[in-house]
Write a protein that binds this ligand. Structure first.
Ligand code: PLP
Length: 229
């Protein structure tokens, strides 16, 4: 894919986000600046990422710590005010590095990792903000806290650990109507009075916005198909 195309795609997605916000039945979402477009760069060639950076895009997402460490320290030095989100599962032995490179970790989903994050934050004196991933489809192969354990886990992270939890994230099962999952996540976020909802990817971000997404995670619609592993 040509670099020029990356810029066109970013503008296209922005337009679609504006349209979705304008048409949203939820009045509080009618402002475009209520939705952050996270450009998902996992496995994308560096030229495409640089094209987005040169176009002035600031918010990016990755799903592996190791891959992020290969690319982002340099890019963050060169391009200022980048906000980098971790979107993939986190192992506790990678927590220290994750805290150093990421600004937001969206995939907090178990006590062990929450504790390690707290400890590492204190060691390096950096406060991130976090989202809790909910496994809304209760899929065995997927990470995320199970719906029936969500209340306890959110309370534990907030009250016991005092982690800065700002929102919820989900990845609905493929081949299922995602909007059921979006609606569930929104209801949960309202219960907990959490402001952020990370949901919606290239295929369904417009629906997600109608259901109140504040963070959409868009990879292929911006950068094109990812090369095979
Ligand atoms: C890869 C990925 C995305 C982006 O998916 P696209 O379909 O390419 O938009 C979004 N969220 C997560 C968690 C991902 O791993």
């Amino acid at each position: 894919m040509e670099n020029q195309k990356v810029l066109e795609n970013i503008n296209l997605v922005k337009q679609e986000v504006i349209t979705a916000c304008t048409n949203s039945i939820n009045a509080k979402l009618k402002r475009i600046d209520n939705v952050k477009i996270i450009a998902v760069t996992k496995r994308q060639p560096l030229e495409r990422i640089i094209a987005a950076l040169n176009a002035g895009h600031k918010v990016y997402g990755e799903n592996q710590v190791q891959e992020s460490l290969r690319k982002w320290p340099n890019l963050k030095k060169k391009y200022k005010n980048i906000e980098l989100h971790l979107l993939g599962p986190l192992q506790s032995n990678k927590a220290k590095e994750a805290i150093q490179i990421f600004d937001v970790i969206q995939t907090v989903d178990r006590e062990k990792i929450a504790k390690v994050l707290k400890k590492e934050e204190e060691i390096i004196q950096k406060k991130l903000f976090y989202m809790i991933q909910i496994n809304t489809g209760e899929e065995s192969q997927k990470s995320g806290v199970m719906p029936n354990e969500t209340d306890n886990f959110v309370n534990y992270c907030r009250n016991d650990l005092k982690l800065n939890i700002q929102g919820l994230m989900c990845i609905p099962p493929i081949n299922e109507d995602a909007t059921i999952h979006f609606a569930y996540l929104r209801k949960k976020a309202e219960e907990f009075k959490l402001p952020y909802l990370s949901m919606g990817m290239s295929e369904d971000y417009k629906d997600a916005i109608h259901f109140g997404a504040t963070h959409i995670r868009v990879g292929t619609a911006i950068f094109g198909k990812r090369p095979e592993k």
